[in-house]
Write a protein that binds this ligand. Sequence first.
Ligand SMILES: Nc1ncnc2c1ncn2[C@@H]1O[C@H](COP(=O)(O)OP(=O)(O)OP(=O)(O)O)[C@@H](O)[C@H]1O
Ligand SMILES: [Mg+2]
Length: 248
Amino acid sequence: MSKSNTILYLDGVSVSFDGFRAINNLSLVLDKGEMRAIIGPNGAGKTTMMDIVTGKTRPDEGEVFFDGQVDLTRRDEAEIAMMGIGRKFQKPTVFESHSVEDNLMLALKGPRSIFPALFHRSSAAETRRIDDILGIIRLGDKREELAANLSHGQKQWLEIGMLLAQDPKLLLVDEPVAGMTDAETEETARLLKDIARDHSVIVVEHDMHFVRELGVKVTCLHEGSVLSEGTLDFVSADERVVEVYLGR
Ligand SMILES: Nc1ncnc2c1ncn2[C@@H]1O[C@H](COP(=O)(O)OP(=O)(O)OP(=O)(O)O)[C@@H](O)[C@H]1O
Ligand SMILES: [Mg+2]
């Protein structure tokens, strides 16, 4: 299969922990600009797949390419982050004692930033960028609020905003709506669809209502490989998916 026009290309990837194959001959391809939802039972290897992409775990075998040409198996975590792969873990890790704006400012001045080299203080360009991000993450009226005072869902959005501040090409988002209210969950689907207009995104989720709202191609992992892939309707109708996951 051709790697051109792919943002992420995994082929024949395997990794074992103490003899247990957590990822087993996994092949998964994401086109540039695509958003993909990944589902599958606990222990299917969804988070481990993200660990491999971000360089946290090195595969035993297989190809992992970013942007059609960069061999990620030869890069470390810091290099991979610098190249533009941003990851959001399940638990929000915002700075609680700082305002929403300061959290975003800190992220904006992070390692991938163009700002520290060009400006000393908060510049007009930085303020505009923060305005943009606040709009995307639905926190336009919370700029001065301490992060500690945000709801769980709003903290998740702030952390997504901090990722956006680093201007990633590919975002990996692991279980973003766990613990959110129904209203926050629906807003998160809209938020990610907004982001997906100019980023490639992989979202891992167990919430099928949320996955349906996303309206994107779905990959179901099981025992470290792809069990089924296609529209949510196609994947949900797959008897093997019902057996190992949806019908539990
Ligand atoms: N660093 C590690 N050391 C040992 N075993 C690991 C490691 N990382 C993952 N595993 C094992 O690999 C398997 C896949 O785990 P993983 O966390 O990727 O599943 P998951 O699909 O994300 O599940 P969940 O839906 O529960 O988050 C599990 O059996 C897990 O215990
Ligand atoms: Mg997981």
